[in-house]
Design a protein around this ligand. Structure first.
Ligand code: AMO
Length: 437
């Protein structure tokens, strides 16, 4: 019999069907056995009745996470057993036959148990099957898709940035080394920065969804050693505000899309879709410090990021806030500074529910200015000669930015640790397995 997906069972009431999936839960009640079976489309309650002797024999050993192909009849539930608001809450599958496709060993813990986070990570091949994890990565997939769609509509061309590179693009980030051919050392890319700027040459507007690798020994709830960045770059801008506008459009489209698609998830995570007002508030770093009544320093402390986001929510009805005009010396070497605005740069950060999720800027586009800036930072322009070609051969004023996918996903669902918003996180203590063991 052809497989029916669990989400479609409601259309087959009174009919014989075949479904395939995993046993989510098993409950024995007297001589009856109840099982929730789950497939890619959802869950349904199934029952083996004492009248089906063969199925009763087949179900004897079946436990959680066994993979089954099950035949049965779709029944309407009696009125008193209907579960409102639950998928398939008004039907039940009466099992007539069970074929075991794969047995599962006894689980180390119940899948709905509250786990210590390290245990959760140690058992990802199993724990990723929980509804919570499936929600997080379904949300993440929708975020990337919507982000891409929005940039394409705004005229951007997607390209693939390399992960193996000759050096660090940020002029200061710690990079992982890789043994390359001819005894050369290559590095894992800390950012697609140089490549997206180069792509302004052929496309004016280009974007990439790229892996970045950062070797700083951070042990925080917001740092990963391997992350996904959604980067774009655009030519012929007046200033960084144009980049911020494109980012705002993209954020708005992404939030609207996931709000429509995943209202159930926001409820399950005990949160609400983020607020994106007609204009995301913009504060200079100095204005932000003044509002918080704290000393004027060169950057935002994590606590200040959280507090300024609370201010934006309360005063401006926004879960997002831009911070601009950081001192140029605190930004990457390629960041543009207009003489009239010195010592402040045209860089910006976007904060979302207390965390920086995006960083961007107008860039230096004049070749000689860029070389001079490298030298003033103690960087050797010869090491950047490949990148510098883009500037030698005609580069318009341009700018761009980068959103961390895991951070955006985490804040979307108000998950405390960015590692939970990473399917297979790598950090100081883990590359699949715990390193300390
Ligand atoms: P930046 O270093 O701020 O900027 O990175 C951009 C965004 O990437 C995410 N991110 C990270 N997420 C998790 N773990 C990490 N270790 C990590 N590092 C970065 C954050 C951050 O906002 N080239 C510039 C961007 C640009 O100017 O276009 C850059 O890399 O969400």
């Amino acid at each position: 019999m052809k497989r029916t997906y669990i989400k479609d069972l409601g259309q087959s009431v009174g009919e014989g069907v075949s479904i395939s999936g995993w046993v989510d839960v098993r409950r024995d009640q007297g001589k009856m056995v109840f099982m929730d079976i789950r497939d890619m489309s959802g869950k349904v309650q199934c029952v083996v009745l004492p009248s089906h002797a063969e199925a009763l024999e087949q179900v004897k050993e079946v436990r959680t996470e066994w993979v089954l192909k099950v035949s049965g009849i779709v029944n309407k539930r009696p009125e008193k057993n209907i579960k409102q608001g639950v998928q398939n809450g008004d039907i039940e599958l009466e099992i007539t036959n069970i074929e075991v496709l794969s047995k599962a060993q006894e689980l180390p813990f119940a899948l709905d148990a509250e786990l210590n986070f390290d245990t959760y990570l140690d058992y990802l091949p199993l724990t990723l099957r929980t509804e919570r994890a499936r929600d997080i990565f379904t949300m993440q997939a929708s975020i990337v898709q919507a982000y891409r769609d929005s940039l394409v509509v705004q005229g951007f061309t997607e390209f693939e940035a390399p992960a193996l590179v000759g050096g660090d693009a940020e002029g200061g980030a710690a990079a992982f080394k890789v043994d390359y051919y001819y005894d050369k050392t290559a590095f894992l890319a800390t950012s697609p920065q140089f490549y997206k700027q180069i792509m302004v040459g052929p496309f004016e507007r280009a974007f990439t969804v790229a892996k970045i690798f950062r070797a700083e020994k951070h042990a925080t709830t917001r740092h990963l050693s391997e992350a996904v960045c959604m980067d774009f770059e655009m030519g012929f801008i007046e200033d960084e505000k144009e980049v911020m506008k494109v980012l705002e459009n993209t954020i708005r489209h992404t939030v609207e899309t996931v709000t429509k698609k995943h209202s159930d998830m926001f409820a399950r995570f005990n949160t609400t879709p983020p607020l994106v007002p007609a204009e995301i508030p913009i504060l200079t770093l100095k204005e932000a410090h003044d509002l918080l009544g704290v000393e004027h320093v060169d950057d935002m402390e994590p606590e200040h990021e959280r507090n300024i986001c609370e201010w934006a929510k309360k005063e401006k009805g926004s879960d997002f806030v831009f911070i601009t005009r950081y001192p140029t010396k605190k930004r990457a070497f390629y960041t543009y500074e207009d003489k009239s605005e010195a010592p402040y740069s045209r860089g910006f950060d976007l904060l979302f529910r207390g965390l920086e999720i995006n960083s961007g800027a107008q860039r230096i586009h004049n070749h000689d200015d860029l070389v001079a800036k490298m030298e003033s930072r103690g960087l050797d322009p010869k090491k950047f000669s490949y990148y510098l070609q883009a500037f030698k051969y005609g580069m318009p004023p341009h700018g761009g930015c980068s959103t961390g996918l895991e951070r955006m996903t985490a804040r979307m669902l108000e998950i405390a640790n960015v590692k939970e918003a990473t399917a297979f996180p790598r950090d100081l203590n883990r590359i699949d397995n715990r390193l300390s063991e």
